[in-house]
Design a protein around this ligand. Structure first.
Ligand SMILES: NC(=O)c1ccc[n+]([C@@H]2O[C@H](COP(=O)([O-])OP(=O)(O)OC[C@H]3O[C@@H](n4cnc5c(N)ncnc54)[C@H](O)[C@@H]3O)[C@@H](O)[C@H]2O)c1
Length: 272
C-alpha cells in the first residue's frame, strides 16, 4: 500500500546488489511512496549485480561509487544534485563487508589489513558519506540519513566477528555526526538495527542459519524481513519523524529486549 509519504523528496540509496538486498527493497518502497533517487554501489558490485533492472523499474539513474573513496563520493553527490535538480532529502547507507568473515578468519586470528579494509567499508564510509554531504551543503533542512546496523554492536555474537566492532563504530558515527548535522543543517541521522536477514552479506556470516532461526524463536513478533526494514526506513525519511535523531532503532520483532522465550526454553527442558 502506498501513502505518498515521500512525494517530492529526493535521495541517494547505497547498497542495492540484488533483489534480496535491504537497499533493493527500500528503493522499491521509496519509489512506491513517491520519492525519487539515484542508486549507487561499488563499481565491482555493478558488474556482478542486477542494479540496472532496479533502475529501470524505479526510473532511477545509477552512479557508481566506492564508498571508501572521497573522490567517488564527491562526484556522486555533485551528479546526484544535477540529476535530481536540487538538494537531497534522504540517504540510505546500506553497506557492509568484512574480509575476515569472507575468508573465514576467526576473531582471534585477524589479519589486520583485512580488518582495516572492513572498517573502512562498513563504518568509516558512513563518516565519509556524511562529511561529503555536509561540506557540499547538499542536504535540505529536515532531511534524513539512515544507516543499517546489527545488535552485535551491543551483545556478543561470536561468528559476527570483526563486523561487531564495525557496527559499534558505525552507530557511534551516527550519533557524533548527527549532532553536527542536526545543529547546523537540521538534518537527522539514525541507525536501524535489523534482524538477521537472508541477503548476500547476511548469509556470508558463519552460522547464519543458526542465528536467524534462534532469533525467530526468541522474538515475540518473529524476525523483521527486508521489506519490514524498507517500510521502517520510509517512515524515517518521511516528515512524520522530524525530531527523531541520534538514535539506534531496533527493527527486530522484540529480540533485543528478550531474555528467553517459551519456544527457546522448550529446547532445553527434559521431556517426560
Ligand atoms: N542481512 C542481515 O542479516 C543484516 C542484519 C542487520 C544489518 N544488516 C546490514 O544491512 C546492510 C545491507 O546489507 P544486506 O544484508 O542488504 O546485504 P547486501 O550484500 O545485499 O548489501 C551489502 C552492500 O554493500 C555494498 N558494498 C560493499 N562494499 C562497498 C563499497 N566499497 N562501496 C559501496 N558499496 C559497497 C555491496 O555491493 C552490497 O550492495 C549492511 O550494512 C548490513 O551489515 C544486515
Amino acid at each position: 500500500m502506498s501513502y505518498n509519504l515521500l512525494k517530492g523528496k529526493k535521495g541517494i540509496i547505497f547498497g542495492a546488489l540484488d533483489p534480496n538486498s535491504i537497499a533493493w527493497k527500500t528503493a522499491e518502497r521509496v519509489h512506491e511512496e513517491g520519492g525519487e533517487f539515484v542508486l549507487t554501489n561499488a563499481p565491482i558490485a555493478m558488474r556482478m549485480g542486477q542494479i540496472n533492472e532496479l533502475a529501470e523499474k524505479t526510473g532511477s539513474q545509477i552512479i557508481p561509487a566506492d564508498a571508501t573513496s572521497e573522490e567517488d563520493l564527491q562526484n556522486l553527490v555533485e551528479k546526484s544534485m544535477e540529476i535530481l535538480g536540487g538538494k537531497i532529502d534522504f540517504v540510505l547507507h546500506s553497506i557492509g563487508m568484512s574480509v575476515n568473515v569472507r575468508k573465514g578468519r576467526a576473531y582471534t586470528n585477524q589479519k589486520y589489513d583485512w580488518t582495516q579494509k572492513g572498517t573502512d567499508v562498513s563504518a568509516m564510509s558512513f563518516h565519509k558519506v556524511m562529511q561529503t554531504l555536509y561540506k557540499a551543503d547538499a542536504m535540505n533542512e529536515w532531511g534524513s540519513i539512515v544507516a543499517l546496523t546489527y545488535m552485535a554492536a551491543q551483545r556478543v555474537f561470536p561468528d559476527y566477528n570483526d563486523m561487531a566492532d564495525n557496527k559499534a563504530y558505525l552507530e557511534s558515527i551516527a550519533r557524533s555526526f548527527g549532532y553536527f548535522f542536526g545543529r547546523d543543517k537540521k538534518v537527522r541521522v539514525n541507525t536501524i538495527s535489523q534482524s538477521p536477514t537472508p541477503t548476500t552479506a547476511g548469509q556470508g556470516v558463519k552460522g547464519f542459519d543458526g542465528f536467524i532461526a534462534y532469533a525467530e524463536k526468541m522474538s515475540p513478533l518473529g524476525n523483521a524481513t527486508a521489506l519490514d526494514c524498507a517500510n521502517y526506513t520510509v517512515t524515517l525519511f518521511s516528515d512524520l519523524t522530524k525530531r527523531v535523531t541520534l538514535q539506534n532503532l531496533f527493527n527486530d520483532g522484540g529480540f533485543s529486549n528478550m531474555g528467553v522465550s517459551d519456544a527457546v526454553m522448550e529446547a532445553f527442558v527434559d521431556k517426560p
